[in-house]
Design a binder for this molecule. Structure first.
Ligand code: HEM
Ligand SMILES: *[C@@H]1O[C@H](CO)[C@@H](O)[C@H](O)[C@H]1NC(C)=O
Ligand SMILES: *[C@@H]1O[C@H](CO)[C@@H](O)[C@H](O)[C@H]1NC(C)=O
Ligand SMILES: *[C@@H]1O[C@H](CO)[C@@H](O)[C@H](O)[C@H]1NC(C)=O
Ligand SMILES: *[C@@H]1O[C@H](CO)[C@@H](O)[C@H](O)[C@H]1NC(C)=O
Length: 350
């Protein structure tokens, strides 16, 4: 009897200390699921490949979803949480509402992953993996995705509105938004290169075509032929929801065209062209380098995606592995009595 209670006490100490060391030191690791879900990469790849055959734009949409997750309280899959009594979803934040795509694809991936390895792979890791696989399938950079993120139990719509950069941001504001996340100017330019695939709605750049900065004239940093092209796609007063390709030549390929386009005054958003048209800016030489050196642009993109994927991650026994990506897990009343950290530590270790 006494030895049993000693054993239990000892076990508790092991559990608590094990949990503490995990949550304070845990690093992401590309082989995190090697033993627990070795097929996770191929499962994600198959779903993304199938979906993108019918909808090539989905590769861009999935890439963006990971970005919009990581800039808001870290890469914790908070963007996937739906409205409930306790959650004010980020999906209706201004940069996301009627704009983000691919939530259903992530749910499809999660369903397949759950049937192969239940309660093991987080939705935040699925977003990171889907983003890398999308980049690969779009003939872009590839990298080994560090894994082991856990899912948050909260969302923050205010943070989504405040942290995500807008299409009319000046270079200073872009740098500030990225700097706040620990990303530097090289990261900003490299990651903006994602705007070489996917689409943007006319409403987000139409002012540049007809009435830039309330001047009654187009944006002077816009090439005149490109201006005419865009005016055909987005007539003045036309529907704001019409889509334009970010890259007119290879709209679904993740290549270095973005940077050559900027040099030719063919950036689609003001925030794109700012990287090259702001006089004296340190971004100009980076754009020049990336446009003439695909290897350099890919290398910086890979490194910056890994850096972005590390923002504010929950590891060890923090957060949880959601069963459904759109909802936090139900907790029983008695577990809710303990503090979040310790109750989860016990559950995950038993
Ligand atoms: C630098 C600041 C950025 C700004 C101001 C910005 C803004 C935007 C805007 C306004 C759109 C169009 C949304 C719509 O039409 O509904 C868009 C699309 C997109 N963004 Fe960004 N973005 C930025 C950075 C990034 C980064 C870092 C990534 C990824 C690493 C990214 C990936 C994408 C992709 C792939 C699309 C196309 C999505 C699709 O077609 O579904 N963007 N972005
Ligand atoms: C979550 O919300 C999205 C819209 O934001 C909706 O399309 C989706 O069906 C919802 N998911 C569930 C499981 O209700
Ligand atoms: C999101 O978009 C829908 C549909 O256009 C709109 O009815 C709703 O008011 C928007 N939500 C927010 C919070 O702006
Ligand atoms: C949500 O984000 C805002 C803006 O970043 C922040 O001020 C606020 O404290 C956050 N709310 C919670 C509950 O974390
Ligand atoms: C827009 O106009 C304001 C005031 O007229 C000016 O200070 C600002 O620099 C302009 N912005 C751009 C991007 O031209």
């Amino acid at each position: 009897m006494r030895s049993l209670s000693t054993l239990i006490a000892l076990l508790c100490v092991v559990v608590v200390f094990g949990g503490l060391s995990l949550s304070s030191n845990a690093q992401l690791d590309p082989s995190f699921y090697r033993n627990t879900c070795p097929k996770v990469h191929s499962i994600v790849r198959e779903v993304v490949r199938e979906v993108s055959k019918k909808d090539p734009r989905m590769l861009a949409s999935l890439d963006r979803l990971h970005f919009h997750d990581c800039f808001v309280q870290g890469c914790d899959a908070s963007i996937l949480l739906n409205n409930t009594n306790t959650i004010l979803s980020e999906q209706q934040a201004f940069p996301n509402n009627n704009s983000i795509r691919g939530l259903d694809v992530i749910n499809q991936i999660k369903t397949s992953v759950e049937s192969a390895c239940p309660n093991t792979v987080s939705c935040a890791d699925i977003l990171a993996l889907a983003s890398e696989i999308s980049s690969r399938l779009a003939k872009g950079p590839d990298w080994k995705v560090p894994l082991g993120r856990r899912d948050g139990r909260t969302a923050n719509r205010t943070a989504a509105n405040e942290n995500l950069p807008g299409p009319s941001f000046s270079l200073d504001r872009l740098k500030k938004a990225f700097g706040d996340q620990g990303l530097n100017t090289n990261d900003l330019v490299a990651l903006s290169g994602a705007h070489t695939f996917g689409r943007a709605s006319c409403s987000l750049f139409v002012d540049r075509l007809y009435n830039f900065n309330k001047t009654g004239k187009p944006d002077p940093t816009l090439d005149t032929n490109y201006l005419q092209q865009l005016r055909k796609i987005c007539p003045n007063g036309g529907p704001g929801s019409t889509l334009a390709n970010f890259d007119p030549t290879t709209p679904d390929i993740l290549d270095e065209n973005y940077f050559t386009n900027l040099r030719a005054k063919k950036g689609l958003l003001q925030s794109d062209q700012e990287l090259f048209s702001t006089s004296g800016a340190d971004t100009i030489s980076i754009v020049n380098k990336f446009s003439s050196n695909q290897a350099a642009s890919f290398e910086s993109f890979e490194a910056a995606m890994i850096k972005m994927g590390n923002i504010g991650v929950l590891t060890g026994n923090r957060g949880e592995i959601r069963k459904h990506c759109n909802f936090v897990n139900q907790k029983s009343a008695e577990l809710d009595l303990g503090s979040e950290e310790s109750s989860e530590g016990m559950v995950s270790s038993i």
